[in-house]
Design a protein around this ligand. Structure first.
Ligand code: THU
Length: 128
């Protein structure tokens, strides 16, 4: 899977974002180890705290479809910002992904930054 194709899927998902309160629309595309893509967009709420990030929406779609093995996620919030995942989304990633899980924060298909999960959440909480 090409990084550009994953970013393109995230950009497509972003079109469905429901962000009337922040105006900050986000799309995410999650790649499984067997090359399937699950997408999500952010979904806000008048009560604010029930709002959901695009990344967790993508994980919920994939987990609900029975997926458990992931290799990368692309996130896009328009051309102004590189959108790196919030702390809650990092913790969700840590639940399901290995340390070398790839996180692509994109402005466009050509302009993006890459991180590994271990860089973004080096000491995640876990029970074992
Ligand atoms: N948001 C995401 O969807 N992903 C992120 O990585 C950062 C923030 C959403 C949550 C909220 O709907 C809006 O962006 C502003 O914080």
């Amino acid at each position: 899977m090409k990084e550009k194709a994953l970013i393109q899927a995230a950009a497509e998902a972003r079109k469905q974002a429901y962000a009337p309160y922040s105006g900050f629309k986000v799309g995410a595309a999650l790649l499984t180890e067997d090359q399937k893509i699950y997408v999500g967009c952010n979904m806000e709420n008048a009560a604010y705290s029930p709002s959901l990030c695009a990344e967790r929406a993508a994980f919920a779609a994939a987990i609900g479809a029975g997926e458990r093995a992931f290799s990368a996620i692309a996130i896009i919030a328009g051309e102004k910002d590189y959108c790196v995942p919030c702390g809650v989304c990092r913790q969700v990633m840590a639940e399901f992904c290995e340390e070398d899980f790839l996180i692509i924060a994109a402005k466009t298909e050509e302009d993006y930054r890459k991180y590994r999960l271990k860089e973004l959440i080096p000491h995640s909480f876990c029970l074992e």
